[in-house]
Design a binder for this molecule. Structure first.
Ligand code: ADP
Length: 491
């Protein structure tokens, strides 16, 4: 029944550009025969019959032109005109009635044909638009399906309106249309930091709630097959001209392969630095033994070379330790042995030790407030060493370095100020990134791997502290780090 109704419904044929005269022809013949029987046998008033016939045909032309295009309208008009001629002949019109009849038929023919053309043309234009739109949709869909990233689009309520094929490939699940992100239970088990992701934690939902984009959120997904994959999601809202949110979209990238490569790289780094540590330790031990022998024998020249070798071996040890620390950070294995201690004492001892090594620079402690913190003494000392060695390295011989330990109400701030080469404003944030070194073609290059500040930042962050820099190119830099005071120290 539904199918029959659909066949007659002109709206159901919008967008269908197949125009045929068969259906209008048959239907019109049937309607006209029935109408002829009705008017001839039942209706007797000629005025009423005439009006009825004209309206009937006008309605038929509109209907068929709208259902089957110009051809449908034309067929209906021609049958109507033919029917009128049949009446004129069949009812034996003559004289004045005949000429009025012919005149009326001609006027009606023009009107009917015009109506058929206008409505038919309107219908065909609408069809062209609908087809174009549909083609555009298919084209877009094909492009989206062939993208090597997952794409999901929702309306402004989070209801899925599109999920491309690659998404299905990544997740191994078909996300049904109408699935509501942020409300319906996640179709695939997603884990973030070891905890199952709740629907409201979805980046797309987050974007819809905040109106802002979310970048690079990583999740572990467990496919139905049990296979674990790592995905990264970028989400964003789509707004109309009035700035209202009308949709939201997420791009999902499969990071599994990349993560595996990163893991292999980290494993290698970890293994290599571990393996390197043993020979370096023996090397340093033998250099030390040799040094003592040379001292006993009074071989000054040999002692000099030995000291140089020792310096290089120490540098090598520092490098390997840095690599090992990076590997520990990456694999979440940087452990801290935290205790409560007076930071001022560690800084004072540290500065004294470093002053011994950096004889050509004067390291001055200008302020030294006693401040108790809870942390790993060795690791925090490592941060100080890093910052002071950088100050020495990047300021050159003879320059002063000022250290301050300032206690505030709830934290302690340590600052190390130098008067060296300084750092460009736009590079100040980047220097804390892994392997980042400021390069300036005009400046001399300094040895290093760009790991010291990265490690220092990680250590400070894992002590709930902050690290930052204030610097002006050519004038010098001040590096700061702050640490929270332990409870009974708060003033
Ligand atoms: P490295 O010193 O081994 O290159 P770091 O991570 O310690 O690595 O420092 C990163 C970069 O920050 C350095 O390459 C240098 O360009 C810049 N930098 C660090 N400390 C200073 C400083 N005190 N003055 C000027 N530039 C500095």
């Amino acid at each position: 029944m539904g199918r029959i109704l659909r066949y007659f419904d002109p709206i159901a044929h919008l967008g269908d550009a197949r125009y045929s005269f068969v259906f209008p022809l048959i239907t019109n013949i049937v309607v006209n025969i029935l109408s002829e029987i009705f008017t001839y046998n039942v209706a007797k008033n000629p005025m009423a019959v005439g009006t009825y016939i004209i309206f009937l045909h006008a309605a038929l032309i509109i209907y068929f032109a709208f259902r089957s295009g110009i051809i449908g309208g034309l067929t209906t008009s021609l049958i109507a005109i033919a029917y009128y001629f049949y009446i004129v002949v069949n009812r034996h019109y003559h004289g004045q009635t005949l000429s009025t009849g012919i005149e009326t038929i001609l006027i009606l023919s023009v009107l009917y044909l015009l109506l058929a053309f206008i409505i038919g043309w309107l219908k065909q234009t609408i069809d062209i638009f609908i087809e174009r739109e549909a083609n555009e949709k298919i084209r877009l869909r094909t492009i989206l399906d062939q993208l090597a990233v997952g794409v999901i689009v929702t309306d402004n309520q989070g209801r899925v309106t599109l999920a491309n094929r690659y998404l299905e490939k990544i997740t191994g699940t078909n996300i049904p249309m109408g699935f509501v992100i942020g409300k319906d239970e996640n179709p695939v088990k997603s884990i973030n930091n070891g905890i199952i992701v709740k629907p409201i934690e979805s980046p797309l939902y987050e974007s819809l709630q905040s109106g802002k984009s979310v970048f690079g959120k990583e999740f572990n997904l467990y496919k139905k097959s049990g296979k674990k994959i790592v995905i990264s999601i970028n989400s964003s809202v789509i707004r109309n001209k009035k700035n209202d949110i009308i949709a939201a979209a997420s791009i999902i990238t499969d990071m599994t392969h990349q993560k595996e490569l990163e893991r292999q790289k980290d494993d290698f780094l970890n293994m290599a630095s571990h393996e390197l540590r043993t020979p370096i330790t023996s090397l340093r031990m033998f250099i030390d033994l040799q040094k003592r022998q040379f001292a006993k024998k009074g071989w000054e020249k040999a002692k000099y070379f030995n000291n140089r070798i020792q310096d290089q071996a120490n540098q090598l040890k520092e490098l390997v330790n840095d690599l090992l620390d990076v590997s520990r950070i990456q694999t979440d294995k940087l452990y801290f042995d935290k205790e409560k201690f007076n930071l001022a004492e560690t800084i004072k001892d540290g500065v004294e030790g470093l002053q011994e090594a950096a004889k050509q620079n004067k390291i001055v402690i200008e302020q030294l407030d006693n401040a108790f913190v809870k942390g790993d003494k060795y690791r925090l000392y490592q941060v100080l060493v890093n910052l002071i060695t950088n100050s020495v390295k990047y300021s050159g011989k003879g320059k002063k370095i000022i250290v301050r330990v300032k206690k505030n109400t709830d934290n302690v701030v340590v600052s190390i100020r130098d008067f060296g080469i300084g750092i460009d404003k736009n590079k100040q944030k980047k220097i804390f990134e892994k392997l980042y070194q400021v390069t300036d073609p005009k400046e001399k290059t300094f040895p290093g791997l760009g790991l010291g500040l990265y490690i220092s930042r990680e250590i400070i962050l894992r002590h709930e502290g902050k690290i930052w820099v204030e610097s002006a190119k050519g004038k010098g830099s001040t590096f700061y780090f702050s640490l929270p005071l332990v409870n009974d120290e708060l003033t």
